[in-house]
Design a protein around this ligand. Structure first.
Ligand code: SAM
Length: 440
């Protein structure tokens, strides 16, 4: 593709995103490229790179365009993004050339806007704080309360592109073995500093076509997500429930911790997601997992009440901890979305708690950085459920810095992971009748 054809494809992709504002940008991009198989890998990466850069600067570019009285059309967003990041006006105009597959020349009005932007830079002193930080206005107080003075640093780290983390499947290989196997295919990975199973690649590399991925020695999983699985402390022969299992990302890690021994029930309300786990479980050589689709009026949970040693609630959440990967979500999340999620999380937590055996443990986790979804949910749960209390994790797989912690809130800035929260709760053992009588 010529540089102008790449701009043209970027403009089309932005228009497709604008047409489906509630759909995650990566889902729109996937269908966009599926329908245009003629766009090769290098071009696809260049087009996505440009569009993702624009999304990371969405409010700031929009603010500049509003300041000069221009409309934020996909064409102007692309042109403005280039100019505001220092590309000369003439160079940008030349990129918008005529020709088959090209972006087409800038109109007179567009040229005027580009000229008006020439004296500006992406970040300006007089921008409102929420614009500078690429946040919806309503989220500012939430995040100020969570991060205080560290807000700028935390959000800057959440704007950086994410690393690509892998979890080595110890059922199939050790970390050094997997690392060597990847290196033989040109994929150079470092050990992750916190997870004992993690490898880190920098940049978007074609991992899924590599042999170690295809034969189940490695799985894509952020280091923070690996630590959420680790904090549960699942061990061989336990009965474990992954209540919001989705496509099984954490189920796979739990099965590995259990050395494929014991039983895992992986539940979810979304059939398609749960189906997505089948191939991954097979590839990883996991065979101690039963999948169960939760439906209204289902007796499954009732029959298993109080029967699990460990229960993981990887709750549906705002996903604010994964903004590095989904920069569009930063501006798509609404106050109403959050309010609905808070209700849902509390309901799921209460339901999942009934499945924990006396003396058993429940881990509540989110990939959110908002205290409303994290510590505040735990505080409220403990007030509603006096049978539970916070306890230090008994996992032997946590790094020293998190050893025996009862709660963590990881962030890209502090830990180099996605933002993840986890809290360990224990259901108090039932007091035996004789003991109760002696106490009274
Ligand atoms: C954060 S995702 C889980 C990701 C998954 N654990 C993983 O590691 O790949 C949250 C999941 O909760 C599921 N969910 C939503 N409402 C639920 C409910 N009422 N009960 C159980 N699962 C629910 C969603 O379908 C979604 O798959």
């Amino acid at each position: 593709m010529t540089p102008s054809a790449r701009l043209s494809a970027s403009i089309d992709l932005l228009a497709a995103m604008e047409a489906t504002p509630r759909k995650p940008a990566d889902a729109v991009a996937n269908s966009f490229f599926r329908e245009r198989r003629y766009i090769g890998g290098g071009d696809r990466r260049a087009v996505s790179g440009l569009v993702w850069d624009i999304m990371r600067a969405w409010r700031r570019i929009g603010w500049h365009l509003a300041e000069i009285g221009a409309q934020a059309t996909p064409r102007l967003l692309v042109a403005a993004s280039l100019v505001l990041k220092g590309t000369g006006v003439e160079e940008v105009s030349a990129l918008f050339e005529e020709g088959r597959f090209a972006a087409g020349a800038l109109t007179l009005k567009e040229r005027d806007s580009v000229h008006a932007l020439a004296r500006r830079t992406l970040d300006m002193e007089d921008m409102p704080r929420a614009v500078k930080l690429e946040l919806p206005d309503w989220l500012m107080p939430e995040l100020e309360a969570t991060f205080g003075d560290a807000l700028e640093q935390e959000l800057a780290a959440l704007s950086e592109p994410a690393t690509l983390d892998l979890r080595v499947n110890m059922l199939r290989a050790t970390r050094p073995e997997a690392q060597k196997a990847l290196a033989r295919e040109g994929l150079h990975a470092e050990l992750t500093p916190l997870s004992p199973w993690g490898l880190r690649l920098s940049g978007r590399l074609p991992v899924t076509s590599s042999t170690p991925f295809q034969d189940g020695r490695v799985e894509i999983q952020d280091e923070g997500s690996q630590l959420v699985a680790a904090i549960l402390g699942a061990a061989p022969h336990m009965r474990v429930l992954d209540y919001c299992a989705g496509a099984g990302g954490k189920t796979l890690a739990l099965a590995m911790m259990m050395e494929n021994k014991g039983h895992i029930a992986a539940c979810d309300v979304a059939e398609k997601r749960l189906d997505g786990a089948v191939r991954r479980l097979r590839r990883a050589g996991v065979h101690n997992v039963e999948r169960h689709l939760l439906t209204a009026g289902d007796k499954w949970a009732k029959r298993r009440s109080g029967s699990f040693d460990r229960v993981l609630v990887d709750a549906p959440c705002s996903g604010t901890g994964t903004w590095r990967r989904n920069p569009d979500a930063r501006l798509r999340t609404t106050r109403q979305d959050l309010d609905e999620l808070l209700v849902k999380q509390a309901q799921i937590l209460d339901k999942a708690a009934t499945l924990v055996r006396p003396g058993g443990r429940l881990v509540y986790a989110t990939c959110s950085i908002l205290s409303a979804e994290n510590t505040q949910q735990i505080d409220a749960f403990l007030k509603r459920n006096s049978a539970f209390h916070l306890v230090p994790s008994d996992s032997t797989e946590l790094p020293e810095s998190l050893n025996q912690t009862s709660m963590f809130a990881l962030t890209p800035h502090k830990n180099g992971t996605d933002g993840f929260f986890a809290a360990v709760l224990e259901r108090k053992a039932e007091v035996a009748p004789e003991a109760a009588a002696a106490e009274s």
